[in-house]
Design a protein around this ligand. Sequence first.
Ligand code: GLA
Length: 742
Amino acid sequence: MVLITVLTPGINQPLFFLRGAASTYACGVHQNGLLCHLHWGNSIAPNASLAGRLDKDVLAFSPEHRRPQPAVGKSGHDVLSYEYPVANTGDFREPALDILHADGTHGLRLLYSAHRVIAGKPALTGLPATYAETAAEAETLEIDLRDARESSAGGGLIVTLSYTVFAGRDVIVRSTRITNHGTAPVTLTRALSASVDLPGNRFDLLTLPGAWARERWVERGPLRSGTQFTGSRRGASSHQDHPFFALLAPTAGETQGEVRGFSLVYSGNHQGGAEVDQMFNTRALLGIHPDGFTWHLAPGETFQTPEVVLAYSQAGLGGLSAQYHRLYRERLVRGVWRDRERPILINNWEATYFDFTADKLAAIAKSAGAIGVELFVLDDGWFGRRNDDTSSLGDWFTDAAKLPAGLGDVGHRIQAEGLRFGLWFEPEMISTESDLYRAHPDWCLHIPGRARTEGRNQLVLDFSRPEVVDAVYAMVAKILREAPIGYVKWDMNRHLTEVGSASLPAERQGEVFHRHILGVYAFAERLVTEFPEILVEGCSGGGGRYDPGMLYYTPQVWCSDNTDAIARLRIQHGTSIVYPPCTMGAHVSAVPNHQLHRTTPLRTRGHVALAGQFGFELDLIDLDATDLAEAKDLTALAKRTRHLLRSGDHHRLLDPNTGNVAAWMLVAPDQGEAMVTAVLALAEPNWRLQPLRLRGLDPKALYRGVHGPAGEWTGDVLMELGLPLTALKQDFQSCLWHLRRV
Ligand code: GLA
């Protein structure tokens, strides 16, 4: 790592070099006082003469900037490469920041004022963030930029850009703080987390759009002139638009080529993407979506943006994913479950939906315990009077009609079968048919005089109000303190509408989206602090809030409500671009599949679920003897291989988007062990699959197949000639090898 500042000759302005394992991020102060971007890419040695590169020629129709006093140099505003571009200065490209001043005018001009270097990485108040465990792991550079407006006319804003570089990694974590040191309030109308101006436009933009039950499909295409943004205005990171994008060299592939990633550690509205300007240069930006966002900043107040994790690789998308996987697994996920092997679970949702009794749950747990499952999760329908999705959200007390002996009794019966007990909650929601709504009809997000739009028959609680968060937390925590609960599934099943809060004044209504998310994080922080031993799995109609923000509190996320093994291939492939497999909940469900009505072999469903945190989502009592034996074998295999999930390197071998076979592998950090999986979607006539070339092995080592097709192969043979795929002949067949160094 190591961050070096050098002073440019003559004008004594600093240049900053943040050095990753094999990359450098550099910026510096232009002679005009503006902070400009210099480089983000392969390693370069710090060099003061590079200051000259901050300058750009003036263009026709590009307003010039001269430093107010003394007037030195000039540069076209619309061509400079800025570190943090602002509105209404003559840079007509997409800004990162805009401010409405008390006098009704917009914009600002930021000049370098100071910087400091901090050992380690300071936490972000109220927000999830990557972290350093020791001061030696990371260094943080903070650069203060000052609005050049005279203070008598409403100046006084300080914008602090924060950059953390981690030892041994190629990531730079950026965020921004805006502090009002003036005497009048201002309103932020846009405050993105980071912006990077890159030379040239020869990039492909990769995004992960989707929908419910089809999350994070990979899309890739060349940048065009103008803006290309993706974003969510739903109040959640969402199934539809993911808070991540990458810019790839057009020739970059899975294992080679230059790739830059942008990942926002946030669970609410977001906007990200790129603008190609008139000189064919590219500006990439990411942060809170400006639509629906304003923030009233009174004198003395500070606004903190969420952080963006910038990752760089010369080794293609696979190299980029490796950067994200390692960082998110080791320094975003936290708590005792970060380093523990996770329990193999069974969830009753698709087995019973709302229709269950304590006896039925105990029977499912008994059959699961018999094949080695370790955790039983009671899903939706145990609370209030909830027999369908029309009621009871907000009434977090046990449904005495359905479970007359109480939740504690259910928990103890599950434990008697040798399993731990887990429970489903949807804390942010309220049904109009609930005691909570009857008592507090103004506790939901709403706008007076407007109809309240429902989604899945429910409204969203106003988590911008601390008293609402407190009340829901009290109910949830009471259940967790009283019943023997070791796991929580935290769901969130609709997006936000009529976003207004009964508790905020008019000038702060634009803050509700973000304050709501801060309330969600406050709830999560209390939960993991009071119940550190409880494993929390995130969920939002499947993978609708699978984002780095939630991963800070929930070490795993239910990847999708779509449990069809073949559909999951694309979903899990796209998810793996950013997220390590240890964060991905993946279960074996019944056939015909409940979402797609497709029938696939149990083994294939198992092999696909073994790509993530393995579990079941069906009634094992319905399985015949052969399938039950298979389920038992799969459970044992999951236990033998789950350490690879915790610490192994993941490689995407064959892409289900571009062929009819998907394949991936996990390799132990010491290369002594690997798990390789291949799944055939549709077979073709008179056609042989090419052998599957592996990656990441020790070329000289001899590997033996200890599960799957038998054989012994050297690492070089496996990587150069590949594993034969002769076993894959029919639709939906799969093959899994567990390899061990001999
Ligand atoms: C969401 C979740 C499912 C299940 C249901 C319960 O759809 O994604 O897994 O928990 O809610 O209502």
